[in-house]
Design a protein around this ligand. Sequence first.
Ligand SMILES: [Fe+2]
Ligand SMILES: [Fe+2]
Length: 309
Amino acid sequence: MFDRIHHAGLAVADLDAAKGIFADALGLRVDMTRSPYPGGRQQRGADPTDILDIPIGNSELELNAAAAPGSGVHRFVEGRGGVGALHHICLHTTNVADDVAHLRASGLTQIAASPEQLESGEPWKTVAFFHPRDCLGILFEIWPTDNHRVGDSSQGEGIFTSLHHLGVVTTDLERAREFWCNTIGLRVDTLRSPIGKGRQDDTDNVSILDIPIGDGEIECIQPNDGTSGTAKFLEKYGARAGGTMHHIALGTRDVKSAAEQLQSRGMRLIGAPTDEEAWVHPKSSAGILIELRRDKSSVVDLSGRGWRF
Ligand SMILES: [Fe+2]
Ligand SMILES: [Fe+2]
């Protein structure tokens, strides 16, 4: 069972520069136990990567920098303009063996594992990855329960308190619903986003399904026509696979003051912040679009199934 977003995986060109943005400018802290800085957690193997884990609420931002030219992360960053881009979604599972077995049986292709591991009948025990072609263009990772706890020194300044949601774009909202609900086992918050039509966002002319998980959400977005920035992003990076990751949304108690603070630290906004949301331009955040959203902590959950606004 998947019970929360474990992390958003960000591919970055320069780990130090990205730490300056996603830790220092956002007022967050690197988890020095898991990924000591400088250097980071050095993951070796087929796709050698240096990693920094940055806790936010019950989730993390995971910065991944290629440790060798020509590696998978290196090629991915180059293909996205050479600066950085959202790379994968990782959900926490309470039972990795059952979930890996279920996802394999649902037709998802497990990757980043040896043929011996894949052919063994042994229950799966560790982190697992699934191919984006089976997950609407999203590299999908799952993370089993571990004993790691984030220390007080990694809590940061408190400007941001949660990973509010992850925004994914899709060419087909119904296919996205089937993936996240039927395959992954989540439920749409139908009070906010009715199945079929979705929640209409006229500012960008898109249809949205809100799919809560833990204290976060997966926000599935389908453009209603080809004119919006979101539609063009989907066309450029996700049309072939049926979708891709689009943005991360960080929860804050005070959107306007958080936006002001980011501006004072050199980040550029798109448009004017409101009480509910603000947007950071990807040019000032290593190629990654960041939404600031009013925290859910002040909002009452009346449905028992998901957060309402
Ligand atoms: Fe990851
Ligand atoms: Fe969003």
